[in-house]
Design a protein around this ligand. Structure first.
Ligand SMILES: *[C@@H]1O[C@H](CO)[C@@H](O)[C@H](O)[C@H]1NC(C)=O
Ligand SMILES: *[C@@H]1O[C@H](CO)[C@@H](O)[C@H](O)[C@H]1NC(C)=O
Length: 404
């Protein structure tokens, strides 16, 4: 339990550390072609800067996008997106150092039909598209955009990622690369991070923490309580209430975490994390089934109770195994710092060791009681062996494997 709270605390800290800052400012930047721009903006992530002059008579935006601290093995991109602060729908300018060693700029309109960055025309005119790569770490894209009035105040997105053999690879899905969105107003000169990228990262972290704590930690703990406390007559009603309390709080927190996931999924159209999402939906259904099954639980000596137990345990173990699998899927998507995954693996190993030791201890107690077999003990022995055998058939199959 203490570990649970530590995870929550550390995750809050992690969230606040993810806010990054850039020291360089666009005001001091110059261009080798001596161009000057009326407005500039320090974009809040990835060391990027936007410079531009809006010409209202011509209806054009003369602009330069600079990405500092990059390398010749990375691509850089800037886009405006009338459909919002996302990648889908972006009208992008991209540049990378190609295999001839030259900075190669091109435009691409990113939609669900062509999610990879193939050269294509934008929804507005682009002229004078050039790029420079200087100091071995600074990519600048120059262009003149003929944008319609309704796009003079819109969302902007900027991004960077790897290039191998002239092939542009996917950008990283963590840190500044998922926060690099904002708004831009070419007329008033206001530009920057809209904050929605940062809040999205925060919500992804909240989603991860809620689900890891509930589905990934509380539920296995609740299962361990039921399996090993049940054996002892003296803990008889107590284990049941503890188990119910543990699983129902896990379920409530888990549903909240699940809902944040569904919301996140619906917002990132085009980047559906299918297996993660589908496992999540199955988990929600199975978890809900478990809660309702509790209401239909037959009395202890009812003839259907045996079948109910088999059902309850198999669904329970399935939920725990799927939860753990899906948490690792989530780690792959969210890519938090490696230590979070290690901490979670540590907790799983700890729970696994506890479960294995209790399993051994339980069998030791059962066998010992069976041997001594006094009157008083034989009662608890029956209780104990029922406790073990009652679900031994289903539990042993999954029980040893799930935690470790
Ligand atoms: C590299 O980019 C330059 C500038 O766009 C272009 O002229 C050249 O053809 C490109 N080379 C390759 C191999 O694509
Ligand atoms: C942007 O440029 C215009 C035109 O020169 C200027 O009037 C305005 O003050 C600038 N805005 C900012 C925020 O620098």
């Amino acid at each position: 339990m203490e570990k649970t709270w530590k995870i929550v605390l550390f995750s809050c800290l992690l969230g606040s550390f993810l806010v990054s800052s850039s020291a360089q400012t666009c005001k001091t930047q110059t261009f080798s072609n001596n161009k000057q721009y009326a407005n500039c903006s320090d974009l809040p992530h990835l060391n990027c800067f936007l410079h531009w002059t809006y010409d209202s008579a011509a209806g054009t935006v003369d602009m330069a996008f600079r990405h500092s601290g990059t390398s010749s093995g990375r691509w850089s991109a800037w886009a405006i997106n009338p459909s919002g602060p996302t990648m889908m729908g972006s009208q992008a300018l991209v540049a990378y150092v190609n295999s001839s060693g030259l900075p190669h700029p091109f435009t691409t309109s990113i939609d669900s039909m062509s999610p990879s960055m193939q050269q294509s025309d934008l929804s507005f005119g682009v002229s004078d598209l050039t790029a420079t790569f200087e100091n071995n770490n600074e990519m600048t894209i120059f262009a003149v955009l003929s944008i319609p009035e309704n796009l003079l105040s819109t969302s902007q997105v900027w991004q960077e990622g790897p290039v191998t053999n002239d092939q542009l690879g996917a950008h990283p899905f963590s840190g500044g690369n998922v926060q690099s969105v904002g708004s831009v107003n070419f007329i008033t000169g206001q530009s920057g991070g809209g904050g929605s990228g940062g809040s999205r990262v925060r919500r992804r972290n909240v989603h991860g923490v809620l689900n890891t704590v509930s589905w990934g930690i509380l539920m296995p703990v609740g299962a361990i309580i039921a399996r090993y406390m049940k054996v002892f007559k003296s803990a008889d009603p107590a284990w049941f209430y503890l188990h119910v309390a543990c699983q129902s709080s896990a379920y409530i927190v888990g549903v909240a975490g699940w809902a944040t996931g569904i919301k996140l999924g619906s917002e990132s159209a085009g980047v559906t994390q299918n297996p993660h999402r589908n496992i999540g939906i199955v988990l929600f259904c199975l978890g809900t089934l478990q809660v309702f099954a509790l209401l239909l639980r037959p009395k202890k000596d009812h003839k259907y109770r045996f079948y109910w137990n088999i059902y309850h345990h198999s669904v329970g173990y399935a939920v725990i195994s799927l939860s753990i699998a899906n948490i690792f899927e989530g780690f792959d998507i969210l890519q938090p710092h490696k230590k979070w995954e290690r901490i979670y693996i540590g907790i799983l190993i700890f729970l696994g060791v506890v479960a294995v030791s209790l399993e051994a201890f339980t069998w030791y107690v059962v066998l010992k009681l069976r041997k001594t077999g006094s009157d008083k003990h034989s009662r608890s022995m029956n209780g104990a062996s029922n406790g073990v055998n009652g679900y031994g058939a289903t539990a042993n199959g999954h029980g040893h494997g799930h935690g470790v």
